[in-house]
Write a new protein. Structure first.
Length: 131
């Protein structure tokens, strides 16, 4: 997998979570990069980047995702990602309460670092703070 996009626009919408729906404002992202390899039902992401350093949002992640192709489409399984996120005040205001659940993972002003993993996307994820 080697994918890069510039000037990505995400429409306003709702993200359904275990805690209930969360409103997501329209987002304009300057950079998206996805690099990885798939082998025997596992995608190993060596690079997942959203945004640019110093921009509204900059997320940098690595990790793995189990993916099986079945008769009716893909079936997502377990996952394990390390995520480092930086946001500016403008982004925090746009996102509102969504940023609140990240408070326990803050490592510096407007910077967050966490490991997120689970058996699938239907259950509550395990989240731990990274240093």
């Amino acid at each position: 997998i080697d994918f890069k996009a510039e000037r990505v626009s995400l429409s306003e919408g709702q993200l359904v979570t275990m805690m209930g729906p969360m409103n997501i404002p329209k987002l304009n992202i300057q950079n998206v990069v996805v690099q990885g390899k798939m082998d025997k039902g596992t995608i190993d992401f060596s690079k997942l980047v959203i945004g640019n350093p110093g921009g509204d949002i900059y997320a940098n992640a690595t990790g793995k995702l189990d993916l099986r192709m079945e008769r009716f489409g893909p079936r997502f399984g377990g996952y394990d990602f390390s995520v480092r996120l930086s946001v500016n005040e403008n982004f925090k205001q746009k996102m509102g309460g969504i940023m609140g659940f990240l408070g326990g993972y803050q490592v510096a002003p407007n910077q967050y670092a966490l490991r997120i993993s689970g058996l699938n996307f239907y259950g509550v994820p395990n989240m731990t703070k990274l240093q």
